[in-house]
Design a protein around this ligand. Sequence first.
Ligand code: ADP
Ligand code: MG
Length: 509
Amino acid sequence: MTFKDFNLKEPIQQAIDEAGFTEPSPVQKEAIPLILAGNDIIAQAQTGTGKTAAFGLPMLNMMSGDGSVEGLVIVPTRELAMQVSDEIYRFGKNSNLKTATVYGGTSYDKQIERIKQASVVVATPGRLQDLLAGGRIKLSPKFVVLDEADEMLDMGFLDEITAIFEFIKNEDRQTLMFSATMPPLIRKLAEKILKDPKTVAITKGESTNSKISQNYYVVEEHERDDALVRLIDYKNPAKCIIFCRMKKEVDRLASHLTSQGFKVSVLHGDMEQRQREVAIRGFKSGNVDIFVATDVAARGLDVNDVSHVFNYHMPFDSESYVHRIGRTGRGGKSGEAITLVSPNELRTIKRIEKDVGAQMVTQSIPSKSEVQSSKQDELIAQIASTKITEHAIEIVKTLQHEVDIVAIAHMLASMILDKQEIKGKEKIGFRAEDVEKLLQKAMASRDDRNRRGRSGGGNRGRTSFNKSKSDRGGDRRRDDKPRGDRDRRPSSSSGQGQRSNKPKSDKRG
Ligand code: ADP
Ligand code: MG
């Protein structure tokens, strides 16, 4: 099946060709014909599966271009508003269908000017409600889209959304709802605003999920920084996003990584819009390799070629996990999601695994010598394939007046190795083969707690904010048992040949 099978108008098909899209994604295959046939729809598909085009293309196709606002797309964040308008602009530009982007933090007058000229308005709920309630704009769109509906409700926009629908005059409108997850609140909202909707549900196997490998590493609480740096050294990500839970953590981690020589930028909710745009642009253009971000800031963020997503801490809930890891593996590419968990968090990761129906694999963090030797192999291969330049020959000739050729080679290799020195201790975290035992212990300790009538933990509020307190509370008990285990752990097992599932270590053998 190709996009041509939808029989879209010529200028739109042309824009699809220019974008380089050939095959429609699963959600596009199902949603586009239903929308073209005039249905309201409620569509569930994970992030990165092409939902924007799924509603954007049929909507643009059915517009008359009469100069009124025919399409209204409501999205949770400013970043997403910009992104979705970019994508819709791309498909609509050959048809002369203009797009206006509407969000808080900027001048009303300019936005109102743009809205007057636009066929499609992409807006965040707060500002849109402001404009409508203040009587500054009137809208009666033929199409209304709620994009990332679950995010909007999570962010507390239910009232704004309900209010917005009071202002929309057109009773004949076609309403389209898109969401990565379908919690009960979403279904309730759908019942209110949709008319005889058709359901599109893309099962997990078909979504990009399968292109994202999901691994987790078990580390002690204090080892997170070291573990992260080691994994970045080892995986060498082209572009990666590291998720933290709090702004404070984002700032601290970013300065730590900067001090380790990485090119880092941050994204969090307290940043001014201008700063956010600059940061995102820098990341997109490749000036920055590592983005350290909070959940809120990174919602829906669409940056191509993110090879790795790191969860410095586990997210609070399964939905956030799905959204976070959806930043990689976009547009049909493969990606890797890596989560750092402490032994205490093993139960939570098992719960998320069950919730999202994913297969997460536990792995051991490569030791310093393993990373060194894999870097060495890379260097040898690189040297062997480097072309010799005239200029280099001159330099070696000059050096040869002082030292012999072998010494020069040694010095050059040392110079390169010096720059890519692997920092940190030899071994970090728990070996993968010990994790099952840790998990059993975590389960047992929960049963233990339940028996004593204490709440079982594992619910979102407690694991997150009361962490340090409950850690301290448990200290006494944990100290007299697992110690011995901790000692037995990796030290003398020397790690060799244990990571046979990893292609990289094969190189050494
Ligand atoms: P979602 O809203 O589901 O998270 P997006 O609409 O942001 O996903 O799409 C993710 C990425 O995939 C975008 O960069 C988009 O341009 C690209 N994309 C969407 N549909 C296709 C397609 N049919 N073929 C190739 N790339 C696509
Ligand atoms: Mg989207």
